[in-house]
Design a protein around this ligand. Structure first.
Ligand code: ATP
Ligand code: SKM
Ligand code: MG
Length: 160
């Protein structure tokens, strides 16, 4: 969360002339509700089912597209499997302090709401790291790098 998937993904798609999609944004449009409201009204499990349902519905038709996922997408094996079959998976890695810096003051991420942002980020990172690594074809550290530099690094590493 906050590693830059949406920001970098959008710029990358422009640079390589691919279409762009963001699973959080698509879900918000389909449900006509913000992620925050989906979590509040229907709960996290409902949102996770929407994420998997979305991957299943687009997996066979996605061509030349950069798809930014939600930060929790790879924590489920079913989603990792789907993502791996859809294309290259890039893990944008960021340290706790970078994430805290980028997301302090943000009110749109329900899993980080309230106090003790650092502790919440720490816990998410430590429990999720293995899934992110498992899902990834390549990993790029984003600390102290510009969005443009990160997009260029992906292009270089994946040879687009
Ligand atoms: N490399 C970067 N340098 C500085 N700021 C950044 C960088 N990448 C992202 N940001 C900023 O951090 C915030 C979070 O970025 P973004 O929304 O792209 O993250 P995300 O990975 O898509 O998060 P989520 O998992 O919640 O969808 C934004 O305000 C964005 O401008
Ligand atoms: O890391 C997560 O679990 C999340 C990240 C966001 O992209 C959203 O998908 C939502 O806020 C949950
Ligand atoms: Mg995003």
């Amino acid at each position: 969360m906050g590693s830059g998937k949406s920001s970098v993904g959008k710029l990358l798609s422009e640079k390589i002339n691919y279409k762009y999609g963001d699973t959080d944004e698509i879900i918000e449009n389909l449900e006509d509700m913000s992620i925050k409201k989906i979590f509040r009204i229907h709960g996290e499990d409902f949102f996770r089912d929407l994420e998997t349902g979305l991957l299943l519905s687009i997996k066979d038709s996605l061509k030349k597209t950069v798809l930014s996922t939600g930060g929790g997408m790879p924590i489920f094996e079913r989603n990792r499997e789907l993502l791996k079959n859809m294309g290259h998976v890039v893990y944008l890695q960021a340290s706790k302090s970078t994430i805290v810096e980028r997301l302090s003051g943000d009110t749109t991420r329900p899993l980080l709401k309230g106090e003790k942002l650092e502790e919440k980020v720490e816990k998410l990172l430590s429990t999720r790291l293995k899934y992110y690594e498992e899902a990834a074809d390549i990993t790029i550290n984003t600390d102290n790098k510009s969005i443009d530099d990160i997009a260029e690094e992906i292009i270089e590493k994946l040879g687009y």
